[in-house]
Write a new protein. Structure first.
Length: 106
């Protein structure tokens, strides 16, 4: 399994320049309570690799998984890679890092 850890500054840059699609794999209630602006919700509990593949293909940006702290996003990478998807990046610090740094929350 390949995992590329991204830090907050890299994620911010990707969001600022429009090159990055953040896929938030936290549960819906977590996402609704606050998320990284522009992130799309796709909870790990109902993870569907085909739906993720379609989302990524339709969107066209670089897909990066995110969760609360970087654990579930690695599980999402594993599920995606096991399904044959070439996704390797996640936000290592996740929403907790984003929020604790005082970044804007949607």
């Amino acid at each position: 399994m390949r995992v590329v850890d991204l830090d907050r500054e890299t994620v911010k840059q990707g969001l600022d320049d429009g090159s990055m699609l953040i896929i938030d794999v936290r549960e819906s209630h977590e996402y609704e309570a606050g998320h990284i602006p522009g992130a799309v919700s796709h909870p790990l509990s109902g993870f569907d690799p085909q739906a993720v593949a379609a989302l990524v293909a339709e969107d066209g940006r670089r897909a990066v998984f995110s969760c609360a702290s970087g654990v579930r996003s690695v599980h999402a990478l594993m599920a995606a890679q096991n399904a044959g998807l070439d996704l390797v990046e996640h936000y290592k610090g996740g929403f907790k890092d984003w929020y604790s740094a005082g970044e804007t929350v949607a």
